[in-house]
Design a protein around this ligand. Structure first.
Ligand code: SF4
Length: 325
């Protein structure tokens, strides 16, 4: 990995604060693609374009798209006939595609291709007669979508090491695992370790299905954590990868961490005594919100920004043909 630091000089006359800006941070290729799908659908078909669930977990993004004519709903039965509907980046159960087809709705699937890969793997394992263990967090839309690729009874959710230790299954010699893409790399390794010890013939990906963006953002936080008194993650409370960024900071050596959606959500007292602050953003948080935080810090501090770049990302996913033809 390369490590580069870009230094933006401080202003005079206020307490000093060094901001270590983690890179990569913020938008990933899957989020970028999902937002473009909604924007292009609005351009091509006109408003309204319906979106089932928040296209990505970020209110700023969702409200920006609402202003352009997107309408966000939780379920397909809230979508009127005759308008396009987009399925969010987290993926949807098969029953949602069927529901759309039964009503002849025109839909665009913004599921991240890395989530689709997990769906395909889970289906292959089930076809080959394996029970699929999904490592993930109950209730997250990606988990609901992945579980919904398989018939009930073919998939079991495991959330942590304790559940992996206690897991009882019929046919323990015919098991496979897949994972949510936005988990903690370290926690997931521990869960996979338990499953492999208890069920030596279990099939699965070589490591796990955690995506490149989640892995890189966690690695960037770990690289700066030990040099920081505190770390702020810009992201939504319901964003899995953002929550994991706040969690990995402390075991990596940072005294405290905080997940906030916007600069205005920061209680200024939280920064008392902080001289070196780490800053990052979840994969669904736009860069403008990171810069908003830094601008607000400049009101109170003499801020020096050092960007610590641990790796470059150049992944792009193609768009649905209906939008590019
Ligand atoms: S966080 Fe990973 S899996 Fe989720 S949309 Fe981004 S690239 Fe895809």
């Amino acid at each position: 990995m390369t490590e580069q630091a870009r230094v933006i000089p401080a202003q005079a006359g206020k307490p000093k604060l060094t901001v270590l800006l983690a890179a990569p941070r913020g938008f990933c290729a899957g989020v970028d693609r999902a937002i473009k799908i909604v924007e292009l659908a609005l351009q091509k078909y006109g408003a309204p374009v319906y979106v089932r669930h928040e296209i990505v977990h970020n209110r700023y993004v969702v409200e920006g798209l609402e202003r352009k004519g997107a309408v966000f709903v939780e379920e397909l039965d809230e979508v009127p006939n005759g308008v396009p509907v987009v399925f969010s980046a987290h993926g949807v159960p098969k029953s949602v595609f069927k529901g759309a087809e039964d009503r002849s709705l025109f839909y665009l699937d913004a599921t991240c291709p890395l989530v689709t890969k997990v769906h395909v793997d889970a289906q292959r394992h089930a076809r080959e007669g394996r029970t699929v263990i999904l490592i993930g967090h109950a209730g997250h839309p990606e988990v609901i979508g992945t579980m919904g690729q398989l018939p009930a009874g073919n998939v079991v959710l495991v959330e942590d090491v304790e559940q992996a230790e206690k897991l009882q299954v019929d046919g323990p010699e015919k098991l496979a695992f897949v994972t949510q893409t936005t988990l903690s790399v370290d926690d997931t390794k521990a869960i996979v370790g338990v499953l492999k010890r208890r069920f030596p013939s279990i099939k699965g990906p070589r490591t796990e299905d955690i995506c490149y963006a989640t892995t890189n953002r966690q690695a960037a936080v770990k690289a700066i954590a030990v040099q920081c008194d505190a770390l702020i993650v810009i992201g939504a409370a319901n964003s899995s990868n953002s929550k994991r960024l706040a969690e990995v900071a402390q075991p990596a050596g940072c005294a405290k961490s905080l997940l906030i959606p916007r600069a205005a959500d920061l209680d200024p007292r939280w920064l008392d005594g902080v001289r070196r602050l780490g800053v990052t953003a979840g994969a669904s948080a736009p860069e403008i919100l990171v810069q908003e935080l830094i601008d607000s810090l400049r009101d109170r501090f003499d801020v020096t920004v050092e960007e610590v770049d641990i790796t470059k990302e150049d992944i792009e996913f193609s768009l649905p043909r209906a939008l590019t033809a």
